[in-house]
Design a protein around this ligand. Structure first.
Ligand SMILES: Nc1ncnc2c1ncn2[C@@H]1O[C@H](COP(=O)(O)OP(=O)(O)O)[C@@H](O)[C@H]1O
Ligand SMILES: [Mg+2]
Length: 337
């Protein structure tokens, strides 16, 4: 983040020891600090009690650079806004700007203890519980005066740009036979679909990055929390649902049925018909995005291997295999529609 790591560590320690721990009445020896393995954007540290006490589950400290003050402000406002509308998100406990030295910002939030979407065993009952949490986000009223101040993006315009970028990514990085004609087919189909999106998208708040690493199941409360809320914005709920169906519910029909039984119960963010109209595009976009990102990862993976002088360069990797799978799904979907 452009500042010396040692200094950030020092500032972090002093923030935790002098400020956070006294605030929750714990001492250094009662706590441990860990680094979560999921997540990539933000520097995150978990401060947890060594013994799981009754009233304190821990604190998460996210570290930002001074340049990111605007970003932090926005995350906090979104967090407060969602809490106000009873969406299950972690509470922000403190923000500390250490501008004296290199300039870092610490944001302390409530640690949700539980299992992430990557670990939790999904059952039909849990799928219903998950539906309740996501539905609460999708149902946040858009006529709240703060809504217009916080969210100004135009989802349709943004999706157009994103589609164009993903296609560019495929053009540059994909290694497939008949690349040109396949990409042409995809581009044409998606641009036809954009019209459907434009005419059918109703305004709802969505998470937009609802992968399993961004949901946590608290067994104690029997409730799913949504974390990493920076991407929350008005959009098409079906986009969130597609990602959940593929990655968290693993396309299991029984889990999806349980999820939908709650999600489409009145009051529902959208009807089954509305969802059906937008499913082809959102599903296609999901596979397009996954394929493009994995082709890119594969490209840089090969490049790193070459730089290391590795002479056993394999033309395939887990990235390219994934990229191919998603591209196949995308092409199948287009054929079907
Ligand atoms: N409030 C929280 N409670 C528990 N774990 C958290 C919390 N916030 C973040 N984490 C853990 O840290 C990881 C990264 O945090 P996240 O906010 O998703 O940042 P990133 O932008 O890096 O994805 C999460 O995947 C999760 O494992
Ligand atoms: Mg995350």
């Amino acid at each position: 983040m452009g500042v010396s790591v040692a200094k950030v560590e020092e500032a972090f320690r002093s923030y935790v020891l002098r400020y956070l721990l006294p605030m929750v009445g714990l001492s250094e020896k009662d706590t441990r600090i860990t680094i979560p393995i999921s997540g990539v954007k933000t520097v995150v540290r978990l401060v947890e009690p060594r013994e799981q006490g009754a009233d304190f589950s821990g604190i998460v400290v996210k570290i930002y650079s001074r340049k990111e003050a605007g970003r932090v402000e926005r995350i906090m406002r979104i967090g407060r806004f969602l809490k106000k509308h009873n969406v299950y998100v972690p509470r922000i406990l403190d923000v500390c700007k250490v501008f004296k030295r290199d300039g870092v910002i610490f944001v302390a939030e409530e640690l949700i203890s539980g299992e992430s979407g990557l670990e939790v065993k999904m059952t039909p009952d849990r799928a219903k519980t998950l539906a309740r949490s996501i539905k609460a986000l999708h149902l946040v009223p858009t006529d709240d005066a703060e809504f217009g101040q916080l969210f100004v993006n135009n989802f349709v315009q943004e999706m157009k740009k994103r589609v164009a970028n993903r296609i560019k990514g495929l053009n540059r990085f994909a290694r497939i036979k008949g690349k040109k004609s396949n990409i042409l087919k995809i581009t044409k189909w998606l641009s036809d679909q954009m019209r459907i999106i434009r005419d059918n998208t109703s305004l709802h708040l969505i998470h937009d990055k609802l992968h399993p690493g961004n949901i946590i199941y608290s067994g104690k409360e029997d409730r799913f929390y949504l974390i990493d809320i920076e991407t929350v914005q008005p959009g098409c709920p079906t986009k969130d649902l597609m990602q959940i169906y593929h990655e968290t519910l693993k396309e299991d029909p029984e889990l999806i049925e349980a999820f939908e039984s709650v999600y489409f119960e009145e009051p529902s963010p959208l009807s089954r018909e509305q969802m059906a109209a937008l499913t082809p595009f959102c599903d296609a976009y999901y596979h397009l995005a996954e394929s493009a990102i994995n082709w890119k990862r594969h490209f840089y993976h090969l490049k790193r291997q070459r730089q290391k002088g590795d002479d056993r360069i394999k033309s395939e990797s887990s990235f390219s295999r994934n990229a191919r799978l998603h591209l196949d799904e995308l092409l199948k979907l287009i054929e079907r529609e």
